[in-house]
Design a protein around this ligand. Structure first.
Ligand SMILES: Cc1ncc(COP(=O)(O)O)c(C=O)c1O
Length: 383
């Protein structure tokens, strides 16, 4: 069977169905070599020279991701941050970029404190409103628009297709951090984005046991080649073992994401209007500001991430997190175990996270157990 014609669930489950030609192993070996043999006539016919630039340990995971995102090529990186910053480093000093006011805080900090010093003109806007994007984009000058949807930690939603049309008309590339959407629920390249980015640390790896990042491109063009050069030269290269773990994790991606999304939806509905809860932020709630757009561009669920704002402010939120027994009090997301954190404590000054906000990553435990644990934690915090 032609693996490129298979449904994405089958692609992921069998990692494109590859077997090792030499041994007939159905899971790949881990190649640890940092360097490759040069031919006696001074050529490198294998196409590989040095593992900072290229590594056979990446091939299968990059091919699976390329197909899941329906792109032309993929690159693995040492972290989500290494992947994201490689896109900006492929730009030139003086280029104008638009990024969201609400986005993963560490990337926002890097943009404002490092990328600007390096000469990028970074403008943070309300990316959820296409009219704002249209007004801010400078044709010929804006080279990149960065979108995160749903976006940390308020789970605001950006219309990828509408933003892509604005970018195309202005000659800007559109990159989408689809870490929370995952290829299971959203395909930004199909909706018109040029590059999709994943913190593969999260749902793609899925087990809270590796740090990794990935980019997938719609076209293998000159900009993509510059990004490839950034990876090779700056050296944000993934380790071989992490690439192997990532491929292993992606085999169960569809099961995990669907379970986490279904649980997040149940949790959101349960705590919406709850006596100890000020608000539930989740695009799957019909009243959420981004619900209609999310329903259009996310297929089969609204993701495993949600936030709840505790009645009683910061102290009540922190006390709720203190009282959970099943949820784990930790940062990060996308693992099998459910995580809870007081987000403003993580992000510090300048965060858009209200002081009463708890960020929740639904794992794959029983949703009823997760709800019961939050119920008792909220009750004890408000006793
Ligand atoms: C949405 C999003 N993008 C990017 C990153 C950065 O990924 P990493 O921690 O692998 O560098 C994270 C990490 O939390 C994230 O949640």
């Amino acid at each position: 069977m032609d693996p490129t014609k298979l449904k994405p669930e089958s692609v992921a489950a069998q990692a494109l169905g590859w077997v090792d030609e030499k041994t007939r192993a159905i899971t790949p070996p881990i190649h640890l070599s940092s360097t490759y043999l040069r031919d006696p006539d001074n050529q490198y016919r294998s196409g590989r020279v040095y593992a900072r630039a290229d590594n056979p340990a990446f091939d299968q995971a990059e091919a699976v991701l390329t197909q899941l995102e329906q792109g032309a090529a993929a690159l693995l990186f040492a972290s989500g941050m290494a992947a994201a910053t490689a896109v900006f480093q492929a730009l030139a000093p003086g280029d104008h970029v638009l990024a969201p006011q609400v986005m993963y805080w560490s990337l926002r900090n890097w943009l404002m404190n490092f990328a600007t010093h390096w000469g990028l003109q970074v403008e943070l806007i309300d990316m959820t409103d296409p009219a704002v994007v249209q007004a801010a984009i400078r044709p010929g000058k804006t080279k990149l628009v960065w979108v995160e949807t749903p976006a940390n930690p308020l789970w605001t939603v950006t219309d990828i297709a509408a933003t892509a049309a604005i970018c195309r008309a202005a000659g800007a590339k559109l990159a989408v951090d689809s870490t929370v959407g995952t290829p299971v629920l959203t395909q930004p390249l199909v909706l018109g984005a040029d590059i999709v980015m994943h913190a593969a640390t999260k749902y793609l790896g899925g087990h809270s046991d590796l740090i990794a990042g990935a980019l997938v491109a719609r076209e293998n063009d000159a900009f993509w080649q510059r990004i490839r050069t950034v990876r090779a030269q700056v050296g944000g290269t993934l380790g071989s073992f992490e690439a192997w773990l990532l491929l292993r994790g992606m085999r169960t991606l569809f099961l995990r994401v669907r379970q986490a999304s279904a649980s997040a939806q149940r949790i959101a509905e349960h705590f919406h209007g709850h006596r100890h809860v000020e608000a539930v932020l989740y695009p799957g709630l019909p009243g959420a500001p981004g619900h209609a757009v999310a329903a259009r561009q996310m297929k089969g669920g609204f993701g495993g991430m949600l936030s709840i704002r505790a009645k009683g402010g910061e102290a009540a939120a922190i006390a709720t997190a203190a009282h959970v027994e099943l949820w784990k009090r930790a940062t990060s997301l996308g693992g099998t175990e459910s995580l809870i954190e007081h987000r403003a404590s993580v992000e510090g000054a300048g965060t858009p996270a209200p002081a009463d906000l708890l960020r929740l990553s639904a794992g794959i435990e029983d949703a009823g157990d997760l709800i019961a644990d939050l119920e008792q934690a909220l009750a004890r915090a408000h006793a």
